[in-house]
Design a protein around this ligand. Structure first.
Ligand SMILES: [Fe+2]
Ligand SMILES: [Fe+2]
Length: 192
């Protein structure tokens, strides 16, 4: 399976099962509008999934919060129309997520909706929309920051200088920079 060797390193053990669950869910169920995308592939989403779960575990998130991150990771770039900035793809993916839950009788999580919806927007907008929502707590802010850091850590796929680590939001993400680079090496070696 994708990223098999990396999953066996000690740091990944606690989140291995969860990663495998969400990865399988994505492969079997989620339809991407841009299947030939160069930069926003299912393998990008798989790396973001792994990184989000790692940060979440280190932050001692609950199982429900970990699932909210997992869902956001597998849906977040599924509704892109192009490989550029494509602002609005987060909103389209969030709507896809919401409709998917309704159509498949799955529990819907408002946090996943917001994380997905605003992942392609500036933090200031995402955070103010989260603050306005009556259904969300301060925990949603933390989940949003974790998710944006996980997505940012995979920017090394765009080039060695594509991420300014000073913009990372969580301390844990700083500790995962080398692993994020190793994930990309692994992805290109196995050509997936
Ligand atoms: Fe995105
Ligand atoms: Fe992404």
């Amino acid at each position: 399976m994708f990223l098999d060797n990396i999953l066996n390193v000690p740091i990944c053990q606690p989140i291995k099962k969860s990663y495998e669950h969400w990865h399988e869910f994505m492969e079997e169920n989620i339809e991407f509008w841009l299947p030939d995308s160069e930069w926003h592939t299912k393998t990008h989403c798989a790396r973001v999934l792994l990184l989000a779960l790692l940060i979440g575990h280190q932050k001692n998130l609950s199982d429900k919060e970990m699932d909210a991150l997992g869902m956001a990771a597998v849906f977040h770039d599924s509704r892109r129309l192009d490989d550029g900035i494509d602002k609005g793809h987060g909103g389209r993916a969030a709507v896809y997520y919401k409709e998917y839950c309704r159509d498949h009788d799955l529990p819907y999580d408002e946090q996943t909706y917001y994380i997905t919806y605003y992942h392609d927007q500036d933090d200031s907008l995402g955070l103010s929309e989260i603050a306005k929502s009556l259904c969300l707590s301060d925990r949603a802010v933390l989940l949003y920051q974790i998710f944006k850091d996980a997505d940012a850590l995979d920017r090394f796929r765009l080039g060695p200088n594509a991420l300014n680590v000073n913009y990372l939001r969580t301390e844990e993400a700083h500790g995962l920079v080398d692993l994020a680079k190793a994930l990309l090496r692994k992805s290109s070696e196995t050509n997936v």
